[in-house]
Ligand binder design. Structure first.
Ligand code: PMP
Length: 395
């Protein structure tokens, strides 16, 4: 079995799991089930190359100059138009272009959080959000999404914002029900607490049509509601573009724009111009069917291999979209921080639950990604994970 000694040593030295996820792709023979990475073969390379060449030649001012801090007007208009509905009227003033969805999270922290402030958060929570807000020293109040919680306004009151990933949460892959979305919007309206809807996986529905966004449920003409919606092209087109957006009430967009000025001044004009042309030419719609069928097949392959090799060790729900399966150990002695290290020695990398817990306490689950690897590698990764789990349990 190929073990990667420098890599394992590095984990001990850095103790930074995110860097390990990203570096896992460089290690030969390691099955990387840890990250949230898309399949590179799905990127429309030729179409994007054409758009990039056209962007530079036909729109040099937009592509090569400093774009406005809040984004290219044409792109902001395109996003406002894409997300407007009969009941939700969005204009350019509702949209800020960000450098990936990740920057939206960071800017929200910059604008809203002071030391010790409370975030009412769906937990376990996206590691990147925890990383983005950690320097501001927030406290977390967990909000359960999978049950009809008795008193959402009680949980939200006094928080600076509520954070949720309603479509196929990272890390759990779970979908928040329509009733729960309605209750969250109602509670946000009642309490006046901002409701952050982080939605990178909103197009990745494999088994049914999309549920309404909380943004849609707010409505508004013009929109001035409590939802701060975060979108991105990372999962639908390519993460390297680093194009994301925030949709929010105009005063929130203005505050986030001021914060962005001190962060990176502007998002790459070249990427924004390419994004604009990708929307104009319908490129996202063209690539989506291939993304859905490939990821659906990989989800099925992973879950079949898990049913064969991991059933005695873990329990999980089959996700109906997104990129992850969340598996909880049946035996509490299966410490998943140890499993991550043991997994590396067995040639597989998964994400341990502790990194998604604001308190770092949950050491009994793993997040398994199914989008990056073909079915045979997924099955091999699952076999290695089963062997590593048995090694941790000492049997
Ligand atoms: N939010 C969540 C829940 C995510 O999983 C991700 C990507 N892993 C992001 C935001 C940010 O993605 P990006 O910066 O690539 O748009």
């Amino acid at each position: 079995m190929p073990s990667p000694p420098p890599f394992a040593r590095w984990l001990d030295e850095t103790n930074d799991v995110t860097q390990v996820f990203l570096a896992a792709g460089q290690v030969p023979d390691l099955v990387n089930l840890a990250g949230g990475l898309p399949e590179p073969a799905l990127w429309p390379v030729d179409a994007l190359a054409d758009l990039a060449a056209r962007a530079v030649r036909e729109h040099p001012k937009e592509a090569l100059g400093y774009p406005p801090i809040d984004g290219l007007p044409a792109l902001r208009d395109a996003i406002a138009a894409r997300f407007s509905t009969v009941d939700l009227r969005l204009g350019r003033e509702n949209v800020l272009i960000t450098t990936g969805g990740m920057q939206g999270l960071e800017l929200i922290g910059k604008v809203l959080l002071d030391e010790g402030d409370v975030i009412a958060a769906q937990t376990p929570a996206y590691l990147g959000a925890l990383d983005a807000w950690r320097p501001r020293g927030p406290r977390y109040r967990p909000v359960r999404m999978e049950e009809e919680a008795p008193d959402l306004p009680y949980l939200m009151r006094g928080a600076k914002f509520t954070y949720t990933v309603p479509n196929f949460s990272n890390p759990t892959g779970r979908l928040v029900s329509v009733a729960r979305r309605q209750a969250l919007v109602k509670a946000a309206q009642e309490t006046g607490v901002w409701l952050v809807e982080d939605d990178p996986y909103g197009a990745l529905y494999y088994d049914c049509g999309p549920l309404p966004r909380m943004l849609d449920l707010c409505g508004g003409a013009p929109y001035a509601g409590p939802v701060i919606y975060l979108g991105t092209l990372s999962k639908e087109l390519a993460p390297g573009l680093r194009v994301g957006w925030v949709i929010a009430a105009p005063e929130m967009i203005a505050a986030l724009t001021t914060a962005k000025q001190g962060s990176d001044m502007c998002t790459s004009g070249l990427s924004q111009q390419v994004a604009c042309m990708a929307f104009e030419t319908g490129l996202c719609e063209q690539v989506l069917p291939d993304i859905l069928s490939l990821y659906r097949a990989r989800r099925d392959a992973l879950c079949a291999a898990m049913a064969e090799h991991l059933d005695a060790l873990f329990e999980w729900e089959v996700p109906t979209g997104g990129m992850f399966v969340w598996a909880r150990a049946r035996d509490a002695r299966l410490d998943t921080d140890l499993l991550m290290r043991e997994g590396l020695a067995h040639g597989v990398c998964v994400s341990p639950s502790s990194v998604f817990d604001p308190e770092g306490r949950d050491r009994a689950a793993v997040r398994i990604n199914f989008t990056l690897n073909p079915p045979d590698s997924l099955a091999e990764g699952v076999r290695r994970l089963a062997a590593a789990s048995r090694a941790v349990l000492g049997r």
